[in-house]
Design a protein around this ligand. Structure first.
Ligand code: HAM
Length: 424
């Protein structure tokens, strides 16, 4: 036996989780297709400078969690495994001149991501997100569309108690003054803050609202809220989004101290939360506006908004609620054979059955027919086709426990297909 284990935080997904993961992914693509979002597949690595600029050098995602790859050969550029999909989507929007298409450009992807995070339940070093981006529209209507799309996706999977926690994080006009108000609020308590929080106080006081350290949590409870410090445009946008969501019927909770762990957000910011879950597990997804990012990455100023939902956490929530989808069963038809040299024939017949739309496999062993039949029963097959020594076929109905006389191939294959159609 090999002593190798999967690396910490990088998991094997076995059944039933593998099927649930695939199902949630298929539903994500279907939800995006139905809403008219174009599919985009992005590379799994980008220049690390892209993430540094987009997500922010002081964010945990870049400062602690980025997997950088050593430059190789003549390629002097340092790449990084993507920790999120938004930066790549915006890079692609600019690179492929999508500004010349009708705006907003609606993009969807399901992406595997990497963050060197401390692994725990619901927090992995490799994980998957359903990511939606709408680039090129600054009005509150697209906020409603995007927020509702994520909420509906979760609801339709069966997570009906999902809540949207909504905030506005302001813009370049109003946020700097608020940040200074926040800094002034935390400064008298600076000595009590942890070392990490003291450095946040210096570099990015907004992140103090998200700290889990007791001293910061205590001080944050009385901190001024950004929604009291928005400029007129941000306040009007936030009011329109809040009112619109009430009309749609999405359960929204005002969360004036909600901040997100990525630096690119402006105005609308939200999270999809499941009440009653432990720690981070209930944070199923989050998103926001990023009106400055296209310009920051070298494009023309273009407003945008998007979200990402963590598929791994969705699967955990489904599992906790007993909502995992059924795993596909064994094949409906097994093709067995009396003679060991009929194996190739059995494989060919199973292929013919699959081509006709049935689920089928051959028994490729040379064991006795009795053992082959036992194997088919164990697999939950409905029928067995037995290849006789003279090449004819016998159909055995495992549900009714009866067996027909050996007959010509075409007729038996057709009868087997009818049988699984009627009994399947
Ligand atoms: P995020 O909040 O960093 O946002 O991640 C979104 C979701 O991804 C989280 O709510 C969580 O479900 C899942 N997630 C994050 N880290 C992990 C992890 N280590 N293990 C398992 N699941 C995880 C973003 O990534 C933004 N790019 C979202 C966005 C798109 N904003 C605008 N457009």
């Amino acid at each position: 036996m090999s002593g190798f284990q999967s690396p910490r935080g990088l998991r094997d997904l076995l059944e039933p989780l593998a099927s649930a993961h695939g199902w949630a992914t298929d539903r994500a693509w279907a939800a995006a297709d139905a809403a008219g979002y174009a599919r985009i597949e992005l590379p799994i690595a980008e220049e690390s400078a892209l993430f540094e600029r987009a997500v922010g050098g002081t964010s945990d995602i870049v400062s602690k969690e980025l997997y950088r790859l050593e430059p190789r050969g003549d390629d002097a550029i340092t790449l990084a495994l993507r920790p999120e999909a938004t930066a790549g989507a915006v890079r692609a929007y600019i690179q492929h001149g999508m500004r010349s298409q009708p705006q907003p450009v609606r993009l969807a992807t399901v992406a595997q991501l990497f963050r060197y995070d401390r692994p725990q339940k619901g927090r992995y070093r490799q994980f998957t997100q359903f990511d939606i981006e709408a680039i090129g529209d600054g009005g509150p209507g697209i906020d409603l569309e995007v927020i509702e799309l994520g909420a509906a996706y979760l609801r339709e999977l069966g997570l009906t108690d999902v809540q949207v926690h909504l905030n506005s994080v302001g813009c370049a006009t109003c946020r700097p003054a608020y940040v200074e108000t926040l800094r002034a609020h935390f400064t008298p308590a600076a000595q009590e803050l942890s070392e990490v929080d003291q450095s946040r106080l210096a570099t990015n006081p907004l992140r103090l609202l998200d700290s889990k350290e007791p001293a910061a949590v205590k001080r944050a409870a009385s901190a001024p809220v950004i929604t009291d410090h928005l400029c007129a445009d941000c306040a009007a946008h936030h009011a329109a989004v809040t009112a619109g969501l009430a009309t749609i019927g999405v359960t929204v909770l005002a969360a004036p101290r909600l901040v997100r762990g990525l630096d690119y957000y402006t105005r609308t910011a939200w999270e999809y939360l499941l009440p009653g879950e432990q720690g981070q597990q209930g944070a199923l997804g989050g998103g926001g506006r990023y009106d400055g990012l296209v310009e920051l990455l070298g494009g023309t100023p273009t407003p945008a908004i998007g979200f990402a939902i963590g598929i791994d956490r969705v699967v955990l929530a489904l599992e906790a609620r007993g909502l995992l989808p059924a795993v596909a069963g064994g094949p409906a038809i097994v093709v067995a054979g009396i003679e060991p040299d009929s194996v190739a024939d059995r494989v060919a017949i199973a292929g013919q059955l699959r081509a006709a739309g049935a689920s089928a496999r051959a028994d490729v062993s040379t064991r006795k027919i009795g053992k082959q039949l036992e194997g088919a029963v164990r697999d939950g097959a409905l029928a067995v086709i037995i290849v006789e020594p003279d090449g004819r076929l016998t159909l055995r109905d495992l549900v009714k426990a009866n067996q027909a006389e050996p007959a010509e191939r075409g007729g038996v294959i057709a009868a087997a297909l009818r049988l699984v159609q009627n009994e399947g």
